[in-house]
Design a protein around this ligand. Structure first.
Ligand SMILES: [Zn+2]
Ligand SMILES: [Zn+2]
Length: 237
């Protein structure tokens, strides 16, 4: 009862003064905890056809984008990214990652939900790429997990923290390209007792740069008998 009263109270408040956009804090957001149209238009949102390697727009007639062609074949069936990491999009992701804005998980998840709704895919489980505990501790939250939890709610697909970090890797942003490629190898393991046999997995991280972190995480499913693997990131560099 108390809950119902609170709920109708909060939707009443929303009607009177819509929640401000989480990006600019000025314009009313398009729904509770979302971005306004102005801010959305500033993001370089990626539209299809998508590169199955990184989720970026395909820029030629080849199966993969020019960036992905430099790498070995990606160990997944397809990839999705919400937007390219530059300008306003980069600022938002940095706010979410480093500057204590966990509430950003909601608008990002809403965008991801919209994107995935248009794909003819069924996912059995959403799995976040884990952060090393000490990093999670200093930051107070794991942004990939928060994003996954929101997405799980919207998509009605369960989210499972199936992976654990087995070694602490150096922050990717501090490394050069070659170091980045090697840095995360062997960084993850599948937790005991997780059965992914026959499942289609959506593996989620906040950002993809070279794809080395996602590749390392994907490696843990090698002998798990999964049906298919897709990756999703908020921002793609
Ligand atoms: Zn805005
Ligand atoms: Zn690509």
């Amino acid at each position: 009862m108390k809950n119902r009263i609170l709920k109708s109270l909060s939707s009443g408040i929303e009607l009177v003064c819509p929640f401000p956009c989480l990006a600019c804090g000025v314009e009313p957001g398009d729904g509770k905890n979302l971005f306004c149209g102005k801010c959305l238009s500033k993001l370089s949102v990626i539209s299809p056809p998508r590169c199955p390697g990184c989720g970026g727009t395909l820029d030629g007639v080849l199966e993969y984008c020019t960036k992905c062609l430099e790498f070995e074949k990606r160990p997944w069936n397809g990839a999705f990214a919400l937007f390219n990491l530059r300008g306003a999009g980069q600022d938002l992701v940095y706010a979410f990652k480093f500057y204590g804005r966990p509430e950003m998980a909601r608008p990002f998840a809403s965008l991801a939900h919209e994107l995935l709704k248009n794909e003819d895919l069924h996912f059995d489980v959403i799995i976040p790429v884990p952060l090393h505990w000490s990093r999670c501790f200093t930051r107070g939250y794991n942004q990939a997990s928060l994003f996954c939890a929101e997405l799980s709610r919207l998509m009605e697909v369960k989210c499972v923290s199936a992976l654990r970090r087995v070694k602490r890797t150096r922050r990717q942003a501090l490394l050069d390209r070659e170091q980045r490629r090697k840095n995360p190898a062997g960084a993850f393991a599948l937790k005991n007792g997780i059965d992914l046999c026959g499942k289609t997995i959506l593996l989620v991280d906040d950002v993809m740069t070279t794809g080395a972190t996602l590749t390392a995480a994907a490696g843990t499913f090698e002998n798990a008998g999964i049906k298919a693997l897709y990756t999703l990131v908020i921002g793609r560099r």
